[in-house]
Write a protein that binds this ligand. Structure first.
Ligand SMILES: [Zn+2]
Length: 380
């Protein structure tokens, strides 16, 4: 039974298009039953929303755990300085951390976000995720450069993953980045999760490519300062992505996060090597850390699947996919809004495997709808 009829000037479906003067019908279970221009129901008045409606957003990259670091890390200093600063200030009381996590979860709900892919290094977010309105997929993130520790790091990761899955939260074990994981640990992770999505920070800095191409650069210096022996690092003469992608299973959905220093050749070769890639942009975090954005139009030219993420409050002042969309729009006004909305909705839902319920305004899906009026977003 249709309970509500919502009408708007521009109805973004989430599938890369929109309906002018679109109407959607919602039933008593808050599911979408019909979408189009000629939708009506006896005895149900049409509610008109000036501006646009779009599906609830999917944030494919966040670190809820780091929420207490809002405003504490200096801007525009580059990734190696960012990591060093992060190491220094990671301490806060458990109570402070938990309050920041709860606040961040609420902030995302108010920003119209319905699902999140969240990176976790510990179990501090379990309770919040369990009681949240938002659907979470937790990426248990591992790192470690010493080969002899690879098995024990994996074991700890499996225990941490269990603390999420045992209470019914979806989770997978993932590598932090190509530069912080030994070959052995990569192998351990790759043989774990074949049916759940994977995620990795990719080409966030030029220094990451330098490390693989020449075996030198700022990240190598940083790793040495952390006490790592870099003499056996497998220098390849190729970019980071071209060097490590073959170590991950080629059919499992893989999210490449950031891609700030990814070349067109990287995109072409990666798409040939891997059957299920998603390219995630976190533009506001990129501006915060490296003060540089990826060459986003080149990803559109290659027609690859893109998603959006907010990253954490340690490198962003808000957790809002709508603000990420507006940031891209400001820098690349040639990209159509319907494309950006698809990145922030359906593509993310497909990556997380939750497209049955989320990601688009289509018959049968949950009616979690956002209203955009004069660039201001309200979650309905
Ligand atoms: Zn991140």
């Amino acid at each position: 039974m249709i309970q509500r009829l919502l009408k708007t000037d521009k109805l973004y479906t989430g599938k890369g298009d929109y309906i002018i003067d679109g109407i959607l019908a919602i039933d008593e279970d808050n599911r979408i039953v019909e979408v189009g221009q000629d939708v009506s129901a006896k005895g149900v008045a049409i509610e008109y929303f000036e501006g646009a409606l779009c599906p609830g957003f999917v944030n494919t990259h966040c670190h809820l755990e780091l929420s207490h670091l809002k405003g504490k890390v200096s801007q525009n200093t580059g990734i190696q300085n960012f990591i060093v600063e992060l190491q220094k200030i990671r301490n806060a009381s458990d109570e402070e951390k938990l309050r920041a996590i709860e606040d961040a979860d609420t902030e995302m709900k108010l920003a119209g976000i319905v699902a999140v892919g969240d990176i976790s290094n510990g179990d501090a977010t379990v309770e919040t995720k369990l009681s949240s309105f938002i659907t979470y997929h937790t990426f248990v993130e591992l790192f470690g450069f010493r080969t002899q520790l690879a098995d024990s790091i994996l074991e700890q990761g499996q225990q941490l993953k269990a603390s999420f899955t045992e209470v019914g939260l979806n989770s997978s074990i993932v590598p932090h980045s190509p530069y912080s994981v030994s070959e052995k640990l990569f192998e351990n992770i790759a043989t774990q999760d074949r049916n759940t999505p994977l995620s990795i920070h990719n080409q966030e800095s030029k220094a990451e490519n330098d490390m693989f191409e020449s075996g030198g650069g700022k990240l190598v210096d940083m790793m040495k300062n952390f006490g790592n022996d870099m003499s056996k690092f497998p220098k390849t003469g190729k970019s980071s992505l071209q060097s490590y992608l073959k170590r991950l299973p080629i059919e499992t959905p893989l999210l490449l996060v950031h891609n700030t220093f990814t070349s067109i050749k990287d995109i072409e070769l990666a798409e040939k090597m891997h059957a299920n890639l998603y390219w995630c942009f976190c533009p506001k975090a990129n501006l915060y850390i490296e003060d540089q954005l990826p060459n986003i139009p080149q990803f559109i030219e290659q027609a690859v699947k893109c998603t959006l993420g907010t990253d954490s409050l340690s490198s962003n002042d808000t957790l809002s996919i709508w603000e990420e969309i507006q940031t891209i729009e400001n820098h690349f006004p040639q990209i159509p809004m319907e494309t950006l909305i698809q990145w922030g909705t359906l593509n993310g839902a497909e990556f997380l495997g939750i497209q049955k319920d989320y990601g688009s305004i289509e018959k049968g899906k949950k009616a979690q709808i956002n209203w955009i009026k004069e660039n201001k977003l309200t979650s309905l």
